[in-house]
Design a binder for this molecule. Structure first.
Ligand code: ATP
Length: 184
């Protein structure tokens, strides 16, 4: 049975911390493949993404192209949430993936900061029946983790503000060329 990691986030932008998660999960043989899913652009969220869905999707593709072949070929970027109208709920995404891949074992990948709010996720109890959850230990967010991968101390917030540069060079260039974040 193929083990498929579902890795969602705003990826605004994707950074080296996300890429380490992907690289470690594949190279440690915890999953066979990963579906990387940038979130949509919900209208009602208090902190909507700064870059549009299409830009965030493009940055994910660009970042993966720079990974070693053995890792990159095990990862697919999905536009399923960006194309969906209305709010983004993980349960809807997981249900669609399960229909498309009925034989797969699905593992949901979340950082310990995101997992701290898990109890508030839409239809959370149903979700826990469909997926195994891997909680990655993230610096400054202790508690709840089930896997320590030596996560990098970087956030997309720090990239957007210019406080950190920990993105692949190709992503840095794309951000600059498209003027995505005021500070870059
Ligand atoms: P922001 O600063 O805009 O909130 P972020 O850096 O937390 O963004 P997200 O796109 O929100 O990035 O994260 C997607 C997923 O990746 C979440 O589950 C989050 O916990 C996890 N994640 C983010 N950064 C890291 C990191 N440095 N190490 C491990 N996991 C991370």
């Amino acid at each position: 049975m193929s083990r498929v990691g579902i890795y969602g986030g705003t990826f605004d932008p994707i950074h080296n911390g996300h890429l380490r998660v992907i690289t470690e999960l594949i190279s440690r043989d915890i999953v066979d493949e990963i579906i990387l899913i940038p979130a949509g652009d919900p209208q009602l969220r208090s902190n909507p993404p700064v870059a549009s869905g299409l830009y965030r999707l493009a940055m994910c593709e660009i970042a993966l192209a720079d990974l070693p072949d053995q890792i990159g070929r095990a990862v697919e970027v999905s536009s399923i949430e960006i194309e969906r109208i209305g709010p983004t709920y993980t349960i809807d995404t997981v249900t669609s993936i399960q229909k498309a891949m009925p034989q797969a074992q699905l593992l949901l990948i979340v950082g310990s900061d995101a997992y701290a709010n898990f109890a508030k996720w839409h239809r959370m109890e149903e979700l826990t029946k469909l997926v195994e959850i891997i909680v990655i230990n993230r610096p400054h967010h202790p508690g709840g983790a089930t896997l320590d991968i030596g996560a990098l101390d970087v956030s997309a917030t720090e990239i957007r503000s210019g406080e950190s540069q920990l993105v692949p060079p190709s992503v840095a260039q794309y951000i600059k060329e498209n003027g995505l974040y005021a500070s870059q």
